[in-house]
Design a protein around this ligand. Structure first.
Ligand code: ADP
Ligand code: MG
Length: 311
């Protein structure tokens, strides 16, 4: 675990929207590393800055402070054309809403094959078409679907089309932004299984974004929790669930429905109130409170919270 290869690193990252009196800092001083081949979960309620982080890594929006390093190279701000091309090929995004993210007027063959026009200029149209058919097969769709339009498909099928679209350029890193949130319960597991299978076969690294911990705890190797632009906690998934320290993480955990009805009846839903912190004497810092378990807190809180799990 200790000597894992870091694929993506975020250092003191700040992302603000607007300027002057309209300036709004959506992500504040974020720090994390994503290891090659892992699923790194990013969880937080709606509006906490998750998509903003994903967009900044994709270079869709600018950053206002700090660094994003991919394979050790800085990819935010001004970069060379060569590096830009590499990032476009190697980092792909799967979007939350498969109803909105596919171009309705384009055929599936165009939607799925579009990325190849940039990164594989050597291919003929016929070769591209063949790769589209292959990519469709790999995500469990029929190659014949290439000649159809998005509106002919269900939500789950559309998300598979979105996955085929990102897969076709053979990415190393995929940012999956709430990829199952908009899907029916019954097909969520299928899409997750597909993503997992692709990871096994191709060693893909995922940044998996979600707004609750219920699925996240099972599919992530490590989880970062974000609250209103601050990353407040980061640990291995099991450690985070078993030994949650930050009160916001504890509140998120208390909201997960449990299969045991007796437990459900007696459980208490925790509510997080940011006013509970007294940071007047000491500003919070990013601290390793348990081994490989980081929390954004004051020294006093670190001591108090560590005592929650005396082992
Ligand atoms: P999440 O994905 O966690 O729901 P977002 O990253 O979409 O959150 O948004 C984080 C915050 O940034 C929210 O308060 C949102 O209103 C704000 N925001 C997002 N996009 C823009 C934008 N283009 N201009 C101004 N504010 C934005
Ligand atoms: Mg979002």
């Amino acid at each position: 675990m200790e000597n894992k290869e870091v694929l993506l690193e975020v250092k003191n990252l700040e992302i603000a929207y607007g300027s002057g009196r309209k300036r709004f800092v959506a992500v504040k001083n974020a720090n994390f590393q994503i290891y090659k081949g892992e699923t790194f979960g990013l969880v937080g309620e709606s509006g906490s800055g998750k998509t903003t982080i994903g967009r900044a890594i994709m270079r869709i929006i600018p950053t206002t402070g700090g660094e994003i390093l991919y394979k050790g190279q800085k990819i935010n701000g001004r970069i060379s054309r060569e590096l830009d091309r590499k990032v476009i090929k190697e980092i792909q995004m799967i979007f939350q809403d498969p109803q909105a993210s596919l171009n309705e007027r384009a055929k599936v063959s165009y939607i799925v094959g579009e990325g190849l026009m940039n990164v594989r200029k050597d291919l003929t149209a016929a070769q591209r078409e063949e790769m589209v058919r292959q990519a469709l097969g790999e995500v469990g769709l029929l190659p014949e679907f290439a000649s159809r339009f998005p509106h002919e498909f269900s939500g789950g099928q559309r998300q598979r089309i979105g996955i085929a679209r990102s897969l076709i350029v053979e990415p190393e890193f995929i940012i999956a932004d709430e990829p199952i949130s908009a899907l029916d319960m019954s097909i969520r597991a299928q899409v997750l299984n597909l993503m997992r299978q692709l990871q096994r076969e191709r060693g893909i690294t995922y940044l998996f974004i979600a707004h609750d911990l219920s699925v996240m705890r099972y599919i992530s190797d490590r989880i970062a929790v974000i609250h209103k632009g601050d990353i407040v906690e980061l640990a291995d998934a099991e450690e985070l669930v078993a030994h949650a320290l930050h009160p916001y993480t504890r509140a998120l955990l208390s909201a997960i429905p449990m299969p045991d009805p007796r437990y459900e009846r007696q459980k208490k839903l925790l509510v997080y109130d940011p006013a509970m912190h007294d940071y007047s004497a000491e500003a919070p810092q990013w601290r390793e409170v348990r081994p490989r378990h980081y929390v954004y807190c004051s020294a006093a809180e670190a001591e108090q919270w560590a005592a929650l799990y005396p082992d």
